[in-house]
Design a protein around this ligand. Sequence first.
Ligand SMILES: [Zn+2]
Length: 301
Amino acid sequence: MNAAARSARNAFADLELDRLHAQRGDARWLEAAREDPSARYLLSLPDAALWATPGGDALQWLAAADLPAAQRAQASLLGRDARGQLYYFHLAATTVPPGAGRAQPLRALAAAAGAFDAGLAAYAVALAHWQRHSRHCPACGAPTLPADAGHRMRCTRCGHEQFPRTDPAVIVLVEHGDAALLGRRPGWPAGRFSTLAGFVEPGETLEAAVRREIAEESGAEVIACEYHSSQPWPFPASLMLGFNARAASRRIHSGDGELAELRWLSRAQLRAGLADASLHLPPSYSVAWHLIRDWLARVPT
Ligand SMILES: [Zn+2]
């Protein structure tokens, strides 16, 4: 399996969508698309929730006719699906609309919804978060106005432009011999372990970030790493970059305090712990789960 196929297994990552980059600045095209009866509107609500079907396992769409013209005009363009028929517009709202549906947190959609709905939801939530936090210019403090159908913010005073940002973070399965280095964060239930992770810093390569983060959190010395897969992670604005890494030895220290517990676990120990429920993995929609399951599967029982 190649990296693209590995990434497509991650929740939020399998989104086949034409993002219609060229149409974002075309006012006439946007106006017609917004009124198109086949256009679909989705609502993101505060706290990374979306307007979903009553069962919570799919996005609940609204049509252009369901929304006042002033709201339609503010909606951001997300794109067009592989069938080429539908336009997806997104509105950041604070109240739920009348009619059937429910506010569903993005994490719950990740577990319950199909790949397309989960991917579109992650895209919309990330865009909404950026829009909510870009209402003032970072250069001069004046109010901004959206442009490019919600994908650009322009300062009303100095003209400074902002674009949606994504913060890269590395998430790493470190191995030595037949053991993997897993950690438990404070606040997690007893027995829940996951791979180590941290943000990439300015001026740093991904490989340097892997070495530094692992050294900081565990003291382990990484001697080699390979890219595994990626996953949009809009909590609020990350892109998780999964890696497999090899450590020089199993020497570790207690870390920088980010972890409550740190353990080298062999495949046999992890399999036994999962079987008797003394150990637990992160949710199956996370890249961490795939990193750990792929590592386990490399040596069958
Ligand atoms: Zn400004």
